[in-house]
Design a protein around this ligand. Sequence first.
Ligand code: PMP
Length: 401
Amino acid sequence: MGKWEGFFSKETSSLKSSEIRDLLKLTEGKSVISFAGGLPDPSTFPVEDIKKIADEILETKSASALQYTATAGISELRKQLVSFTGLRGVTGINENNVFVSVGSQEALFMLFNVLVDPGDNIVVEKPTYLTALNVLRTRKPQFHGVPVTERGPDLQILESELKKLHSEGKKVKLMYVIPTAQNPAGTTMYLDDRKYLMELASSYDFLVVEDDAYGFLVFDGDNPPPLKALDKEGRVIYLGTFSKILSPGLRLGWIVADEEIIREVELFKQNVDLHTPSFNQFIAAEAIRRGVIQSNLPKTKSLYKEKRDYMINAMDKFFPSSVKRTKPVGGMFIFTWLPEKFNTVQLLQEAMNRGVAYVPGSSFFYDYSGTNTMRINFSFPNKAEIERGIEILGNLIRSKL
Ligand code: PMP
């Protein structure tokens, strides 16, 4: 027990640092090839454009850019986000439906705090984004998992779970879903499934938190409109982020939702951090207005597609055929299934000793199943690291078969 542990609140002491996070920390400052994070390739940052925009803002708008601002975000950015989200097919919204957050992570934190009480029935995909799960866990809900197939969450399983709960007099309050280029599975829901999910949400009256973190980063096949674009009732809460398309360091994300929900989040954020950094918001607004993000996207997408293909080729070369993997249509990750007997948490220490890190897949399952899975990032490592890292992992797996 640490010296001050007895002073920590019950809530934060339940946030015990995970074994995996502790292990991954050991990679800091070492020459380990990291497939663990979800970092963009830094060559995609439009440095010169940001420099120019930042200079101009400081010259012409410093009085407001360096000042406190409104909790929901600066008007310039909220307006730009109405049209920018429109590029994803979301229409019929105005500035009052848009809320700027410190990355979409803060949006998830605020939304789950505003919406979820202990014991509420919440649906998540199996697997799903681990930090959304971790925030949800602090709310102590009743989780219901829907397995992800190659076409997204299995809606038949969802429907039978909804029916079962209904027959027990219970109700699902919300579903957290990543319909496009899912993290970690890399799958995208078909348009028909999206429509069907919206029908289920309507019939069983639950909210949908739609995380569109990779919606602008689909590099293969169709990119159907987000659920929010199909939402006639205002029950979808859409989350976007600048992290993967401009810079994660700016810490900017946004929510598109019904005004009543936006107002509730606004009240909450007043007590969290007052508002999202004004200067960064001005930069993002200008980056959209000048088309910097839009014109940068094709280059980013083709780079990630190239890296994905490079990693897949390396996996096909070095991994035994008993390892199954996804072929993601977008985003930054490949998800793999090792033979059942493997435990990827235990394997991580050995992988790191050999110079490569990944995230064990069980972190992405609310019930910590998926013990034989791993998530592997391809956006950050360079090609030589991809080749070498996959060879090391492949050799390690083969040595344990
Ligand atoms: N949602 C998903 C699905 C993500 O992968 C991430 C980042 N890894 C986030 C949300 C949070 O990102 P940010 O706070 O940088 O917007």
